[in-house]
Design a binder for this molecule. Structure first.
Ligand code: MN
Length: 231
């Protein structure tokens, strides 16, 4: 029997899979803050192995495969944060690191676009970061997903704006590894297949303006291209 709906929702949100016809359905979007020591320091924190700082990002902001990001309202300081994105292929709850690693479907290049001025305002007041991190179209550009059997423990990440390298890092410098992050996150939230986990950004975050073009690159993954358009 067909369910009748009171109104129509947009088509399901999906991500392209590199060199395959199939697509990945997208579930929840989770992020971790301060997972590279140099970025923690540039944000005024002390990089330690204290419990990782998790937050969610509204999934409507996912920009599949990159493309055009319209400069959002409510900010004068839209920042790029280049991140490795983990795509889960199975649910996880209270998982071990081994179970967490086995639940990964694939990896992609992502940008955790952040209205830094709104985040600073929220931080001063101990408010949540939600509107700083999401709720605007294009807040989470994610490139084509590459299915993986083994998780990388090293690999260069670079983010260029108009050809100039702004962020440069290496996955070897993650404070919390991918299995550690997923296991920790699965202790406090229920993760499902299709969920995306942004694994944190290296140092060099900074503003972009309308008319600029970002290229995110991570070893072994297809590049992510995003153009910032006028509001
Ligand atoms: Mn981030």
């Amino acid at each position: 029997m067909n369910t009748e709906f009171a109104f129509q929702l947009p088509a399901p949100l999906t991500l392209p899979i590199h060199e395959r016809h199939a697509r990945v359905p997208v579930g929840d979007v989770w992020c971790v803050g301060r997972n590279y020591a140099a970025h923690a320091r540039e944000m005024g924190s002390d990089p330690t192995r204290e419990a990782p700082c998790f937050f969610a990002k509204a999934r409507s902001g996912v920009l599949p495969g990159g493309g055009t990001l319209r400069y959002p309202a409510g900010t004068r300081e839209l920042h790029h944060e280049l991140e490795l994105v983990v795509v889960l292929g199975r649910p996880l709850a209270g998982a071990s690191e081994r179970e967490a690693a086995a639940a990964v479907f694939g990896l992609a290049v992502g940008l955790d676009m952040t209205r830094r001025d709104l985040q600073a305002y929220a931080k001063e007041r101990s408010w949540p970061w939600d509107v700083a991190k999401g709720g605007f179209p294009g807040s989470a550009p994610v490139g084509a997903v590459v299915p993986v059997q083994e998780l990388p423990t090293r690999g260069a990440l670079t983010l260029s704006v108009d050809g100039e390298v702004r962020q440069r890092g290496d996955l070897a410098d993650l404070i919390w590894s991918i299995p550690e992050l997923l296991a920790r996150l699965s202790e406090v939230v229920t993760l499902g297949a299709g969920d995306l986990v942004f694994t944190g950004t290296p140092s060099g975050v900074g503003p972009v303006r309308p008319g600029q073009r970002m290229v995110g690159q991570i070893d072994g993954l297809p590049d992510l291209l995003v153009e910032v358009a006028a509001p």
